[in-house]
Design a protein around this ligand. Structure first.
Ligand SMILES: *Cc1c(COP(=O)(O)O)cnc(C)c1O
Length: 376
């Protein structure tokens, strides 16, 4: 008998999360300089660090002998101001992954279940399985969430429905009206976790106000992150917005100091810099056009995306991924999401996007099995 023998079966059954390959790893493997590597694997923001956040974090470093404010007063005040919610409707997380996990830990037990879609964000099954609850994976429709099927999949023991809009890794989007109807139809005792990590990338015409729905739906939680459009992925700050009763529940299972003091300082600064968000949006829009035009020129099918990445169909994805690595370009294989013929590429700067497209052209030229779905 060993320690690991005694771990619960539901823990041993968890397939570990596979993060994007770090630049430093590839630089070591190829004997290359890190500056020669383009990483478009983790949906990170290509704009560089927000200046105001950097200054605030530098100041905050002098105070790291103290514990952070466990209540995150200033961050909640900034969120409260920006999004028009009461601070009591905010829970802070060490990244929004933490918030997703708080929801799972607060509600799920063995014998209960959570509903999520096929090809949805990998963290939903992970946090569900860690509790011993059952995950109910609902088949996707055109790679997106099938809301009718998800509603029908809710069982008597279902306590959470996880939903990403736009979704990762597919980039698919559900319009606000359909989403509102779905939330209204979910039983009041089931928490809807609406993960809006990419909401700031939505074209203006597609935007909707999920935060306004919180007033009618005490079983709704909207989660947001500073990792994507705000450009602070390494800082690990996310937040959930919900009814005070749900927030109270999540705070009970939250580590008291889950968001560190430097991160809190950076978060306040970037939340007060809407111009940065606007630039993120604009750069992403241009990059999306550049990449999708590139895919069309190369003949690769892609899933139309509303986020800061695109998944495209190449056929032998593992081989193309490896070949791109050898060109110093890191993208993301998504076989683990049930999409073995696809790769996901994050939108970078104009130069990074071009390097990726050039490398893709080079490594797929003459490669057997490559699928060009819509060659012109
Ligand atoms: C990137 C991402 C997040 C953000 O996670 P953090 O923990 O805040 O970095 C959340 N949800 C989805 C669907 C994502 O793709």
């Amino acid at each position: 008998m060993s320690v690991q023998d005694r771990a619960p079966a539901h823990v041993k059954a968890i397939a570990p999360y596979q993060p994007g390959k770090p630049i430093s790893d590839l630089a070591r493997e190829l004997g290359l300089d890190e500056s020669g590597i383009v990483k478009l694997a983790s949906n990170e923001n290509p704009l560089g660090v927000n200046e105001a956040a950097l200054a605030a974090m530098t100041r905050a470093l002098a105070e790291v002998t103290r514990y952070p404010d466990g209540n995150g007063f200033e961050v909640k005040a900034a969120i409260s101001q920006r999004f028009g919610v009461d601070p009591g409707q905010v829970v802070l997380g060490n990244g929004s992954n933490d918030v997703l996990e708080l929801a799972a830990r607060a509600l799920l037990v063995p014998g209960s279940s959570a509903v999520y879609a096929q090809h949805a964000f990998a963290v939903y099954p992970l946090v569900t399985q860690a509790t011993g609850a059952r995950g109910i994976e609902v088949p996707a429709r055109d790679f997106g969430h099938d809301l009718d099927a998800m509603l029908a999949a809710i069982e008597a023991d279902t306590r959470i429905v996880f939903l990403a809009n736009p979704n990762n890794p597919t980039g698919t989007f559900i319009d606000g009206a359909s989403l509102a109807r779905f939330i209204a139809a979910v039983p009041a005792e089931v928490l809807v976790v609406l993960d809006e990590a990419y909401t700031d990338y939505l074209p203006r015409a597609l935007r909707y106000d999920s935060i306004a729905w919180l007033a009618q739906h005490p079983n709704l939680m909207v989660s947001r992150t500073l990792a994507k459009a705000y450009g602070l992925a390494g800082l690990r700050v996310g937040f959930g917005l919900a009814s005070p009763a749900v927030i109270d529940l999540l705070n009970r299972v939250r580590q008291p100091f889950n968001v560190n003091s430097v991160a809190q300082a950076g978060a306040v600064a970037v939340l007060n810099d809407p111009a940065f968000l606007e630039r993120s949006f604009e750069v992403n829009l241009a990059g999306m056009q550049q990449l999708t035009e590139g895919f069309r020129a190369l003949g690769f099918d892609y899933i139309p995306s509303c986020a800061n990445f695109v998944s495209f169909r190449v056929g032998p994805a593992a081989e193309v991924f490896d070949r791109l690595l050898r060109q110093g370009v890191i993208v993301r294989p998504i076989a683990g999401y049930g999409m073995p013929e696809y790769l996901r590429v994050s939108i970078g700067t104009r130069d990074e996007n071009q390097r990726f497209l050039d490398a893709l052209r080079t490594v797929t030229a003459g490669l057997p099995g490559v699928l060009r779905g819509n060659a012109r």
